[in-house]
Ligand binder design. Structure first.
Ligand code: NDP
Length: 255
């Protein structure tokens, strides 16, 4: 048994949606550190250039394809661009996400639709598009970025659409894992707690009591602490893990 070798992604190709900033950029970096060739999928070309420069400086083989994950043609284009560039694809990280903070009675139809489009429909669309390829090649892993918000109700800010969307991501993960297990395709989710990014204003004093003081570890997490969990779920280190939702929240959901 070579335990550390099981984490290696040498020879694998990983696609990360929403990898232009935030957690997605960190997940791409970690997958590259583990040896994967990378395709970053996103909308913002300038932001992507910054990420590409940083990862290439570290020696990563990384490319970018412009795609909005809410559009089927773009998602199909991302799969084709990856196959054109690398000749294969092994790992999909469904990371792109959106959140709207608003009490339930103030959530507009557009707010609701936007969150569901990005967090649920696009995860479904990318999973089906890449999953079809994985099932045909009889191998592949999908890592969906869910959230502890799919298990608890965050406070003091209300975000009903986001919470419901992440619960859907977790159960879609189990559904696809059950269907595609016989084809050698694993599907898991990572459910982070509060991690400092644009989406998560962890330094805002309004949130300090509930987000930080009430948490067992009394702090937020960093992308560097989270990203190795994506490598684990994407690699052979988790070869018998499918349909799981791995919680990485500093103990927040223990209360
Ligand atoms: P950010 O808001 O910092 O980044 C979101 C990323 O998703 C951006 O790259 C954004 O690109 C991209 N994106 C959004 N919509 C689309 C789209 N339609 N097509 C392509 N890309 C898109 O969020 P985080 O990095 O914090 O979050 C990443 C994931 O982690 C999300 O799924 C989020 O729900 C989840 N998460 C985050 C937590 C946290 O505390 N930060 C906690 C739990 C889960 P663009 O610049 O073009 O908008």
């Amino acid at each position: 048994m070579d335990t550390m070798a099981s984490f290696s992604l040498d020879g694998r190709v990983a696609v990360v949606t929403g990898g232009t900033r935030g957690l997605g950029a960190g997940f791409a970096e970690a997958l590259g550190d583990a040896g994967a060739k990378l395709m970053i999928v996103g909308r913002d070309v300038e932001a992507a250039e910054i990420v590409l420069d940083r990862l290439r400086d570290k020696g990563a083989d990384v490319r970018f394809v412009v795609a909005d994950v809410t559009r089927q043609d773009d998602v199909r284009g991302a799969l084709e661009a990856t196959l054109d560039a690398y000749g294969r694809v092994d790992i999909l990280v469904n990371n792109a996400g959106a959140c709207v903070h608003a009490p339930a009675l103030d959530v507009t139809p557009d707010d609701w639709r936007h969150v569901m489009d990005v967090n649920v429909d696009a995860v479904w669309r990318c999973s089906q598009t890449f999953g079809r390829h994985f099932v045909e090649q009889r191998s592949g892993t999908i890592v969906n970025i869910g959230s502890m918000s799919g298990m608890i109700v965050n406070r003091p800010q209300w975000q009903p659409a986001y919470n419901a969307s992440k619960a859907a991501v977790h159960h879609l993960t189990r559904s696809l894992a059950a269907e595609w297990g016989p084809y050698g395709v694993r599907v898991n989710a990572l459910a982070p707690g509060y991690i400092r990014t644009d989406m998560s204003p962890v330094d805002d004093p309004r949130f300090r009591q509930n987000w930080i003081e009430d948490a067992p570890m009394r702090r937020y997490g960093t992308v560097e602490e989270l990203a190795p969990a994506v490598v684990f779920l994407a690699s052979d280190a988790s070869s018998f893990v499918t349909g799981s939702v791995l919680v990485a929240d500093g103990g927040y959901t223990a209360f």
